[in-house]
Design a protein around this ligand. Structure first.
Ligand code: SF4
Length: 205
């Protein structure tokens, strides 16, 4: 929890200025669709920081909850605000990331959807002796992508991680590419190799 809070405030100060740009389009989008932004300052701030980080890491405003899939059509659909908002509002009360919801959503409904999201991302990670195996997480039914995806598993592992190296096992070549973008943005060393049906990626922190 402490590491999560440290990470939150680090990102808050890092993206404080660029988050204002996110806030502007989000307000306009909500006004046009009769939606609202999550009323929790922490949730909304965290998601805005994540949007800024996605833009800076991958060059596009991808959903803060899913790394790029490498499939052109799906990635287009996953740009925020994504194509799944309406459908997910019907299911969860808000979009998947609990950033947008109907303007008249009650405080309790916002809280419930935010809790659903946090529960999805606080699953135990498969981390042992400096090796993080990111495979095998449940799939989101709309996007066909893991929850939490490789990127979120790595990011939360690195929050407060004391080691100088982390080996990450991933399923696909696209995940290797995403890790390369993350490493470049964060200034980590990286090397990778294909081993049987998966990839092993070594990060020097
Ligand atoms: S789920 Fe919400 S935050 Fe994620 S891309 Fe869709 S609209 Fe944006």
């Amino acid at each position: 929890m402490l590491n999560m809070m440290i990470g939150f405030f680090k990102d808050y100060f890092k993206y404080k200025e660029s988050a204002k740009k996110q806030q502007r389009w989000m307000e306009k989008y909500c006004e046009q669709n009769n939606y609202a932004i999550n009323p929790s300052w922490m949730m909304a701030t965290n998601l805005k920081s994540n949007l800024c980080e996605m833009e800076e890491t991958f060059g596009k405003r991808y959903c803060p909850c899913f790394e790029p899939s490498g499939e052109k059509e799906l990635d287009k659909k996953m740009m925020c605000p994504c194509e799944f908002v309406e459908d997910e509002i019907k299911e969860y009360g808000t979009c998947h990331c609990a950033l947008f919801g109907p303007a008249d959503l009650s405080k309790e409904e916002w809280k419930a959807s935010s809790q659903r999201l946090m529960d999805e991302y606080q699953v135990p990670k498969n981390l042992k002796d400096g090796v993080l195996d990111t495979r095998g997480m449940p799939l989101d039914p709309r996007r066909g992508m893991m929850i939490p995806d490789m990127m979120h598993q790595v990011k939360s592992t690195l929050n407060g991680y004391k080691g100088k190296a982390l080996k990450v096992i991933v399923e696909s070549e696209q995940e290797v590419k995403n890790l390369e973008s993350i490493a470049k943005y964060r200034g980590y060393g990286i090397s990778s190799e294909k081993v049987e049906s998966h990839f092993e990626v070594a990060l020097s922190l």
